[in-house]
Ligand binder design. Structure first.
Ligand SMILES: *Cc1c(COP(=O)(O)O)cnc(C)c1O
Length: 384
């Protein structure tokens, strides 16, 4: 991975010197199951409404900084007030603003890895300390007592539910304990919440916990990753602080119009979400039957799978089958793990068939060569 030049290293802020320029080195493939996008398009009736909204949106004026029409629609949907909602340029912007507003030198974020790597990245940008409370290495579930104890000392906690890439949902009872223990703020990232079982959203706890924030995105279930829109639901004074630090025009007029139309048409997305959820069972059960593959139950639109020589398996999927999945072999705690996004039935069957053939070959090869091949150490593609 590229590094900053020596000249620029001397010029950037000291805590940024070791950062690497972001270059996803993306390989185009026939089947892309690497970034947890929705591989279905926006449903045609919703797309027609989005197109009409875009056509009716002038671009000569600056956007409404607070996206108030969108906030009102989101608030009505979630049964809260406009003051409880803020929209951002993707969930990522809101996560960054959360660390910017409430983190910083001398503050500590409790992180629960293996999880979404952006949290630690945004903590490093904002010089926020990180206290990692590692998940159980076998089940990948959070270690509840250790987490609650750490939350008691922390300024911030981020819990991901369903967690990316392990797929588990944070039990509401645990979220409530963490909120009670933490003197600061607790963010529950529900980027994949639409794919999880009913009754698992931490929104149910908002009324009783004014230090809780719930993050959502239109990038996954709503198939709008390219439009960049996410939102947070929280107490009004917490929303005010996020509003105070944001770049005022970060959600552009076209995104506001598209997001509003999509959220109004939200019922149109139910069928694809249901399809992905049923395909997730198919992928999970099919991979569980492949000898040498271990899979973990998932409530997201992806499945985490472990197998010998995962990095090589991933390369062979890409080079021999034109299928891209995400390699987590480099990530601590995720040795030999691949994350496979649940796509259309054809895409899923292609990856299942390919793994049924490649995994036994690579397992045999690992035995023959006495040990497993060295794993890739670099992040080769996008980080979502
Ligand atoms: C995808 C994702 C997000 C948000 O993505 P955006 O495209 O920036 O909205 C947030 N958290 C997790 C865990 C994700 O996987």
């Amino acid at each position: 991975m590229a590094q900053l030049s020596e000249r620029v290293k001397a010029l950037v802020q000291p805590h940024l010197r070791t950062l690497e320029p972001y270059d996803p080195n993306f390989t185009p493939t026939h089947v892309n199951l690497s970034a947890n996008e929705n591989t279905y398009d926006v449903p045609a009736p919703a797309r027609a409404l989005i197109d009409a909204a875009l056509a009716a949106t002038p671009t000569n004026r600056y956007p409404d900084p607070m996206s108030n029409d969108l906030r009102d629609e989101l608030a009505a949907w979630h049964g809260v007030a406009r003051e409880n909602v803020i929209a951002g340029n993707g969930g990522d912007e809101l996560l960054y603003n959360f660390l910017l507003a409430f983190g910083g030198p001398g503050r500590t974020l409790v992180n629960v890895p293996p999880t979404f790597s952006e949290y630690a990245f945004f903590a490093s940008l904002t010089q926020t300390g990180v206290h990692d409370v590692w998940r159980d290495p076998e089940t990948f579930l959070p270690q509840a007592d250790e987490l609650v104890a750490a939350a008691g000392e922390a300024s911030l906690v981020i819990l991901t539910s369903p967690n990316n890439p392990t797929g588990d949902v944070a039990p509401l009872e645990l979220v409530a304990r963490v909120c009670d223990a933490c003197p600061g703020l607790v963010m529950v990232d529900e980027a994949y919440g639409e794919f999880a079982a009913a009754g698992t959203s931490a929104e149910a706890l908002l009324a009783e916990h004014d230090n809780l924030l719930v993050l959502h995105t239109l990038s996954k279930a709503f198939a709008l990753a390219g439009a960049r829109c996410g939102y947070v639901i929280a107490a009004p004074d917490v929303i005010d602080a996020l509003a105070a630090v944001r770049q005022i025009y970060s959600v552009n007029v076209l995104t506001q119009a598209a997001a509003l139309a999509a959220v109004r048409a939200r019922a149109e997305f139910d069928a694809t979400v249901e399809k992905i959820v049923s395909e997730r069972s198919h992928v999970y059960e099919s991979l569980a039957r492949v000898e040498g593959v271990r899979v973990w139950p998932s409530e997201g639109n992806f499945v985490l799978a472990r197998m010998a020589g995962a990095s090589r398996v991933r390369e062979r999927l890409r080079d021999e089958r034109s299928i891209l999945v995400r390699d987590f072999s480099y990530a601590p705690g995720l040795a030999d793990c691949l994350r496979i996004t649940v796509g259309t039935p054809e895409e899923n069957d292609a990856v299942i068939e390919a793994l049924s053939e490649i995994v036994p070959e690579e397992a045999a090869r690992a035995v023959a060569t006495g040990n497993e091949p060295a794993c890739a150490t670099n992040k080769e593609d996008q980080d979502d």
